[in-house]
Design a protein around this ligand. Structure first.
Ligand SMILES: [Cu+2]
Length: 186
């Protein structure tokens, strides 16, 4: 299926050649580089894990010290409340403002019963709880951070949104579905 963002993405990629492999919109600030990474949280998936949720554009690269805005367009109206040690991920962590925007509203936390997924990078102390979208609609979750160290960091979702008795199999244990890598380069 043709990605609705494809046209816009190729345009901005042409403007932001530094941020390879990502849907990145560069702004031309000379002093402080700033990129935007856009991911989509989709549920109309096919194949072996068909029907399970997936975060698109799951591997991307940014530069140490640049300001990165992560923008997640969430199409998933289902919830998967956090459990056990993962309950801490109801909180927004590691963002510049200590908050994230949920469809324009700044929040520090998302109520557990409304959580659909998380976008969590433990190695960077960064966490975005993703509330379920209104039925049949999308919500957009936006947060900004600065990567302060180089390396390759695993991100993952900590909401039990996959298959199996605990919801942690299937998409939840499959790279590029509910986990991926962020590379921070010098
Ligand atoms: Cu998830």
């Amino acid at each position: 299926m043709k990605h609705p963002m494809a046209k816009a993405a190729s345009l901005v990629l042409a403007l932001a050649p530094l941020a390879s492999g990502a849907l990145v919109a560069g702004t031309a600030g000379a002093a402080s580089p700033h990129v935007t990474v856009t991911m989509q949280l989709i549920t109309n998936t096919t194949g072996k894990l068909g029907g399970q949720p997936k975060i698109t554009n799951s591997n991307w690269t940014v530069k140490k010290g640049e300001t990165v805005t992560v923008r997640i367009i969430n199409h998933d109206d289902g919830t998967a409340p956090l459990t056990g040690n993962y309950m801490k991920y109801v909180k927004v962590m590691g963002t510049k403002s200590g908050k994230e925007l949920v469809s324009g509203k700044a929040v520090k936390t998302v109520s557990d019963i409304n959580i659909a997924h998380t976008f969590t990078v433990p190695g960077l102390g960064f966490n975005m709880p993703i509330p379920a979208a209104p039925t049949g609609k999308t919500n957009v979750i936006i947060a900004t951070f600065v990567a302060k160290k180089t390396g390759t960091f695993l991100w993952r979702c900590f909401a039990p949104c996959g298959s199996g008795s605990d919801g942690m199999a299937g998409a939840m244990s499959t790279m590029t579905w509910m986990e991926g890598h962020i590379k921070v380069v010098a």
